[in-house]
Write a protein that binds this ligand. Structure first.
Ligand code: NAD
Length: 443
């Protein structure tokens, strides 16, 4: 099928490449000319396992093209995907300016019927707004063309985006229009062979399903973090609690790891946006408000502990930081807990030596040149000349470090672990102090 995707970020680029890979003819449109030029040259602007060979192979086969030419994009696709960003507005609501800009673009250039498929995460009612926008522009042009707006939210996980798009757990399609349903079933048929993964519903339910899924996951994280704080004060060990809790199949082990709070481009903004939606109709989302406030506090926890350990002041101290990305296997630092940690460490007067296996370029872009930050090429290099280590992202490479060398390198022999990577008994045998989440500190 002929498909156009607007937006070549984590969602649009991966979805476009995966659709091309099963034989669809895909054009990806982006307003970022530098990004499009890089993609045309086969360079992938984001870190996502398996994405580069997938894009290059499908480009070479002529099934995946990149352009800034919106008119060409609109003319091409019978299905037009919206995969542009929906960042939080000042009041926490989802900013729909990019979504509605693409709606206007489509309506300006379309000369044949189109099915507009929204993959961006958008509040309930957005499909109606997109339809109104398209209708108004068509009226101004004085043309009558059929179109449909479908909600097809994306559930991929950054760091596993290609695998998730190739083998989705479910494909949620929100439409009551038979022709649009037929088109989407045909599009996704190659991903739907083993059993039926398609969940059909009305458009508003599909829009809400995406927010409900992210809010549920954020709730699990805030829940375990609350238990971790309780465990610490009650003399319990959250890692034992977690294992005992997760063994109940009704609860499961997923998403109950205690840590430094959720981050990334989705959970914080989507929880905020859902709270905003609820409040805008006079509904008080007590649970979501608590999830968010627990997370705000959790993001400050590691910095507060480090600062408290040093008596309230980090002047003259150098802290090594392992992990900058908001989670492993990505270079994405949007709303990453590391950013909150670094700001607090700097505010308390610390120098920082940081390493991340994938996010170094992103860190350079975000922080620029600073006297109080050294970006290091390896975890070991980050430890050189540092007083203490803070761990923020649970990359595999941090899991089995050389503790003897760590103890030798760190002046104050202190490790503040925001991800509970180590067994306290093992690490403290090397003479290291160890402060983690929801377990008794050993100093
Ligand atoms: P992103 O910021 O990585 O990419 C968005 C892209 O859209 C950018 O390249 C931008 O230049 C482009 N763009 C903006 N306006 C445009 C326009 N008018 N025409 C063409 N391109 C335009 O965003 P993302 O992370 O891919 O997320 C996109 C949407 O998908 C968001 O609503 C997000 O909430 C949702 N989502 C994201 C994830 C994720 O893990 N990143 C997962 C599921 C859903």
């Amino acid at each position: 099928m002929k498909v156009t995707v607007f937006g070549t970020g984590y969602v649009g680029l991966v979805q476009g490449a995966v659709l091309a890979d099963v034989g669809h003819d895909v054009i990806c449109v982006d307003v970022d000319a530098a990004k499009v030029a890089a993609l045309q040259a086969g360079r992938i602007p984001i870190h996502e396992p398996g994405l580069e060979p997938l894009v290059q192979a499908n480009q070479a086969a002529g099934r995946l093209r990149f352009t800034t030419d919106a008119a060409q994009g609109v003319a091409h696709g019978e299905l037009i995907f919206l995969a542009v960003g929906t960042p939080p507005d000042e009041d926490g609501s989802a900013d729909l300016q990019h979504v509605l800009a693409v709606a206007r673009t489509i309506a300006t250039h379309m000369t044949a019927p189109k099915t507009i498929v929204n993959k961006s995460t958008v509040p309930v009612g957005t499909a109606d707004k997109v339809a109104d926008t398209v209708r108004k522009v068509l009226e101004t042009r004085g043309v009558a063309l059929a179109f449909e707006v479908v909600s097809n939210p994306e559930f991929l996980k950054e760091g596993a985006a290609v695998a998730d798009c190739k083998r989705p757990d479910r494909i949620v399609i929100g439409t009551r229009a038979p022709q649009a349903e037929r088109q989407l079933r045909e599009l996704y048929a190659p991903f739907n062979r083993n059993h039926d993964r398609i969940v059909m519903m009305d458009v508003r339910s599909a829009e809400l399903t995406k927010y409900a899924a992210n809010a549920m996951l954020a709730t699990k994280i805030s829940f375990i973090n609350e238990m971790a704080n309780l465990a610490e004060q009650l003399g319990a060990d959250i890692e034992d609690v977690r294992r005992g809790l997760g063994s109940d199949p009704r609860i499961g082990y997923h998403f109950i790891y205690p840590g430094v709070g959720y981050g990334g481009s989705c959970f914080p903004k989507d929880v905020k946006a859902l709270i905003h939606t609820a409040q805008s109709i006079g509904f008080t989302p007590d649970l979501l408000l608590a999830v968010e406030s627990r997370n705000d506090a959790q993001r400050q926890l590691l910095a507060r502990r480090i600062i408290a350990h040093y008596g309230g002041n980090l002047r003259g101290k150098t802290i090594a930081v392992w992990g900058l990305a908001f989670k492993p296997e990505t270079d994405d630092m949007r709303e990453a807990p590391s950013r909150y940690l670094l700001q607090s460490l700097w505010a308390a007067g610390a120098q920082v030596r940081a390493h991340d296996p994938a996010a170094m370029d992103e860190a350079r872009r975000i922080f620029g040149e600073r006297d109080d930050l050294v970006l290091c090429g390896s975890p070991t290099e980050a430890l050189e000349g540092a007083d203490a280590l803070a761990i923020v992202t649970e990359w595999k490479i941090f899991r089995v470090p050389d503790f003897a060398q760590m103890a030798h390198a760190l002046h104050d022999r202190m490790v503040f672990d925001g991800r509970n990577l180590y067994d306290p008994e093992t690490i403290t045998r090397f003479g290291l102090g160890y402060v983690s989440i929801g377990r008794a500190p050993v100093v």
